[in-house]
Design a protein around this ligand. Structure first.
Ligand code: GUN
Ligand code: FE
Length: 427
């Protein structure tokens, strides 16, 4: 017998970009992992099911973080005084070196996962480091916690300190081992092919990773067009290729399998076309893009072109693991972009950003990020009674108030794929 139950409360989610679906004092019927329906009045045929009544609380989909780096969690809030390339050398690579040590990795990775849980991030796409054993550990810890994740062993074989480099052969062999061991090990935690970015991977390595992605039918994540010095460096490394995106494309990393590219700030028109054609996902990381003086991505333009877009924290280029922080940062930079574009690229609304942080990124995981029938039931129960104290607020206003003025203390329960998730263990 499938476990069936009902959650009752003030339900708000987005089916389409920018448009709320609201069921005040409504019901979500859950069967196993999936939503069976959402209702204003409970249909008679469900009247025997157990109801979890969350009273006045808001019920929203869990957040999806489309791009972060688990080993950078100790650096959160530190070292934000440089641009990308010197930032990697000064702060990021020295921290990532430590993940050859599984004791250290277990401590940090369990703290990172607890923090995701606390902040209501139910699914994430995460970079680990080059170290295969602690990448496996990160996957095991996600599975033990019950959160959904794509986790990548980072691949790099050049232009980084010796201590973070592998040979092409080692990089491929270790990635292959991970794919074989973990592709079917867990339902909610899966491997993802993760070349760090073009500068740290030879073309031979990128091409072999493209072949692995196709052979094992696994997705790909990387970085694209984040910083102007990075882009010049890529041009120097690949003078014969048209642009940054075409390096990934030529290597077979674009579109044969689902692909996420973080940042996408300085894209050329040809790159946008290539991404549209290959249905590449963009992970928008506004907090990081401000901290590392990277720039402001034209999300309004990319949305108009029909690209798949999700929001992301990019810990620790981003100083916060919180997806409500990612929403607020996205809103603010979209207003600056509006000015910069002589008021042509309209600012992103809260409803649009709520969509991108749930169903937009959730699409990478399948049917995730909405309460429509057939979606996996990932949900947060939000007690906002300390926030809406002066005037009665509409459902839309309550959600907006939570996003802008609430925090993890307002999140009372988390569900992932139909299961209530308790606080993960800190090792
Ligand atoms: N590009 C290559 N590596 C990284 C990283 O760790 N963080 C960010 N923000 N960009 C990168
Ligand atoms: Fe990143």
């Amino acid at each position: 017998m499938q476990d069936e139950f009902i959650v009752k409360g003030n339900i708000i989610f987005t089916k389409d970009l920018g448009k709320y679906e609201i069921f005040e004092n409504g019901y979500i019927v859950v069967g196993g992992k999936l939503v069976k329906g959402v209702f204003k009045e409970l249909p008679e045929k469900f009247s025997e099911l157990k109801i979890l009544d969350y009273g006045h609380a808001l019920i929203i989909p869990g957040f999806v973080d489309l791009h972060s780096h688990a080993p950078q969690f100790p650096n959160l809030g530190l070292g934000l005084d440089k641009e990308l390339m010197p930032w990697l050398d000064s702060y990021t690579f020295p921290e990532e070196k430590k993940y050859s040590d599984s004791g250290y990795a277990k401590k940090v990775y369990s703290a990172f996962i607890r923090s995701l849980w606390k902040h209501g991030t139910t699914r994430s796409c995460v970079f680990a480091t080059i170290h295969k054993n602690t990448t496996k550990l990160l996957m095991d810890l996600f599975a033990e916690a019950g959160l959904g994740a794509y986790v990548g062993k980072v691949n790099m074989n050049r232009n980084a300190p010796e201590y973070l480099l592998e040979s092409t052969e080692e990089s491929i062999d270790n990635t292959k081992e991970l794919l074989e061991e973990y592709d079917h090990k867990y339902e909610l935690v899966k491997p993802i092919i993760t070349p760090r970015f073009v500068p740290t991977c030879s073309f031979e390595l990128l091409k072999s990773l493209g072949e692995l992605a196709k052979k094992y039918n696994v997705p790909v994540q990387s970085h694209l067009s984040e910083n102007l010095s990075e882009i010049s460096f890529v041009k120097k490394l690949h003078p014969k290729l048209k642009n940054y995106a075409s390096v990934y494309d030529e290597a077979g990393l674009f579109g044969d399998c689902p692909t996420i590219m973080a940042h996408c700030i300085w894209l050329e028109e040809d790159e946008i076309e290539l991404m549209v054609k290959n249905e590449v996902f963009v992970a928008h990381c506004p907090n990081s893009n401000g901290n590392l003086s990277s720039g402001i991505a034209s999300i309004r333009k990319l949305l108009e072109r029909g690209l798949n877009i999700g929001l992301a924290t990019d810990v620790s280029g981003g100083y916060s693991v919180s997806m409500i922080n990612a929403i607020v940062s996205s809103a603010m930079v979209s207003k600056l972009k509006w000015l910069e574009s002589n008021r042509t690229d309209k600012p992103l609304t809260t409803a649009e950003l709520f969509y991108l942080s749930t169903k937009g990124g959730g699409k990478f995981f399948g049917k995730v990020g909405s309460f429509e029938e057939g979606y996996e039931f990932d949900a947060l129960i939000i007690d906002d009674s300390n926030l809406s104290i002066f005037n009665p607020l509409s459902m839309e206003e309550r959600l907006e108030k939570f996003i802008y003025t609430g925090d993890d203390r307002n999140i009372k329960e988390r569900y992932v794929a139909g299961k209530k998730i308790e606080e993960p263990k800190q090792y």
